[in-house]
Design a protein around this ligand. Sequence first.
Ligand SMILES: Nc1ncnc2c1ncn2[C@@H]1O[C@H](COP(=O)(O)OP(=O)(O)O)[C@@H](O)[C@H]1O
Ligand SMILES: O=P(O)(O)OC[C@H]1O[C@](O)(COP(=O)(O)O)[C@@H](O)[C@@H]1O
Length: 314
Amino acid sequence: MKQIITVTLNPAIDMTGDVSQLNIGHVNRVHDDSRRAAGKGINVACVLAQLGAKVHTTGFLGEQNQADFDELFTHYAAKYNLTEHFIRVPGLTRTNVKLAEAHGQVTDINFSGFSVDKAAQQTLLQHLVECANGNTLVIIAGSLPQGIAPAYLSELISQLKQQGATTFVDTSGDALLAAWQAQPEWLKPNQDELAQLLGRQIEPDTIGTETRQLAMTPRQTLIVSAGAAGVYTFGAHGEFHCKPPVVQVHSTVGAGDTLVAGLAWGWLNDLPFEQTLKKAVALSAWAVTQHGVNVPDEMRIQALLANVAVESID
Ligand SMILES: Nc1ncnc2c1ncn2[C@@H]1O[C@H](COP(=O)(O)OP(=O)(O)O)[C@@H](O)[C@H]1O
Ligand SMILES: O=P(O)(O)OC[C@H]1O[C@](O)(COP(=O)(O)O)[C@@H](O)[C@@H]1O
C-alpha cells in the first residue's frame, strides 16, 4: 500500500501578527495574532491528514520548546491518521515572524534555527531508510538548520531513491541547488526560488522557456508556483499552467505547503494529473484566505474547483 512521509529538517513556530500596514523603521501595532506549530513538512502532513491520508511525519525538533508541537501531534493523532517520529535535538525550535497586512501582503521573517550534529543527522537518515520503500513518497520540505550542509540533503535523496522511494523536495537557496542536482522525482520551487536557482530574474511569461533549460531526467516533474498567477508544471506529467480562482487574501503563509499536499494526495490516490493539479491549486487558493493550513468542506472545494483553469503550455 502506498504511504507518505514528510520530513521537516527545520520546523518553526509561526507567530503571525495582523497589521493594517507595515511601516519599516517604525513601531508597528499588531491588532490580531496567532501562534502555530509549523514548518513546511509539518504543514504538508497536516493538510494530507485532513484530506484523509495516512501520513508519517519526521525531522528534527528542539527539545527546549516542544509543547506546541506535542499538542499538534496529539490532536492530529487522535483525530486523523498521523504518526510522528521527530529526533529531538538540543536547543529551541525557531520562531518565525509573519506580518500580514490588510491588503494581503505578508512579510516573512524566518530565523536560522537550532544546530543539528552529525549523530542526529545519521539517526534521521537511518529512520527514513528503515521506513521508505518502493511504495513511499517522501516529501522533504523547508530550509536547512545550522549544522546541516546541502550535501546532507543530496545524501537523503539518493539513499531514499536507492530504497525505491519517490522523492519530492520543496526548499530554497543552496539546498535547492543541491536537491536539483540529486534529481528528486518532484521539485517545487516558487518563482523567486527558481530565479535564484537560475541566477536571473524570471517573468511569468518566460517561466516555460527558462524552466525547460533545467536538464531533467524524463521521470522528473518540476512544479513552479507563482502566487496568484498559479502553477506551471514541466516534465513527466506534461506541461500545464493552472490558474487559481480570485480569492480574498488573508495570509499566503502555508499556500505552497498546501499545494504540495494536494499534489501528494493525487499521487497517493493515483488520480489523473490534471485533476490532481486542479485540486491542489483549489486547496492552495483556499489556504490564502485564512491563517494556518485548513482543508475546506467538499462543497467549498467543488465551488473553488469550478473556477480553477488549466491549460497546456505550448
Ligand atoms: N493571491 C493568491 N490567490 C490565489 N491563489 C494563490 C494566491 N497566492 C498563492 N496562491 C496559490 O498558492 C500556490 C502557492 O503559492 P506561492 O506563493 O507560489 O508558494 P510559496 O508559498 O511556496 O511561496 C500558488 O501556486 C497558488 O495556487
Ligand atoms: O523552512 P523555511 O524555508 O524557513 O520556511 C518555513 C516557513 O514556511 C512555512 O512552512 C510556510 O511555507 P509556505 O508559505 O511556502 O507554504 C511556515 O510555516 C514556516 O515558517
